[in-house]
Design a protein around this ligand. Sequence first.
Ligand code: ZN
Length: 253
Amino acid sequence: MEKLKSIVRKAKVYLFQGDKYECPFCGYKSSRLGAFGFNLPVIEEKEIIGSGLRRCRCYRCNAIDRERLIYAYLEHESQFFKENSLPVILHVSPEKHLSKYIQDQKFTQYIKGDLFVGRYSYPADVENMDITEIPYPDNYFDLIICNHVLEHIRDDMKAMKELFRVLKPKGKAILQVPISFKLKETYENEGVVNPKDREREFGQYDHVRIYGLDYTKRLMKAGFLVNEFNLSSKYTKLGLNLKEKLFIGRKNK
Ligand SMILES: [Zn+2]
C-alpha cells in the first residue's frame, strides 16, 4: 500500500509539472496544487478561513499554504534574517518545512516547543512546552511563530498573555488562527468536549472555538499591538490562501 502511494505520488509530481506555482521549500514547479483538508457543514456555513478542503499542498514535499504564508512574510516582508539581525526565535508547534527553512537562516537561538500529545512523535530538538506557562524570561524572543495553535487551547487568553510576556519590545509574534469573518464574536462553548461534537461545532475534533471578528481585540487585551494585512495576492507563485490575513502582534515598551 505504501509502495503504491509512493508511485502515485511520483506520478503526480511528474504529471503536474508546470510554471504556475513554485514551492519555496522543495523547489517543485507545478501547474496545480494538491487537495488538503476536509469540508464540514460548519466550515462552509461560517466560511472559516484556514480550514476546509482546498488545493494548497505541494505534490512533492506536502507543504501547505499556511507554511508558505509564514515563509513569504519572513523571507520577503521582514528583516529577521537580513542584515545580521540574529533573532532569538520561539516556534510553537513547529511545522516541518518552515522549521527547516528557519534552521538554515542566521539566528542567535531557535527554540521549538509543543505540548506533547501521544499521537505524534516529536524530533529531539522540540521541547515539551505548555504555552500558557512558557519556561522563558520576560522580553526574551525577537520572533514568535504561533501558527494555528491558539484555537486548540482552552485558556487562550493566558497563552496570549504569556506570548506577549516573552516577546521582546519591538519583537514580532505571528499569530495565525482559523477565523470566520461571519462571526462578530468568537464562538466557544466549554460544554462541547468530545471530538465528534467539537468537529460539528468548531470544525475540527481538537479545536475549542471558532475565532471571529473580535480576534484582534482579544490579542490587544493580552497586551499586543496588532498589524493585520493580506499579502497572499502579492506572491502568486506561492499559492497562498487569498483570504488568509496575517496577524502580527507587537510590543512597544
Ligand atoms: Zn514542496
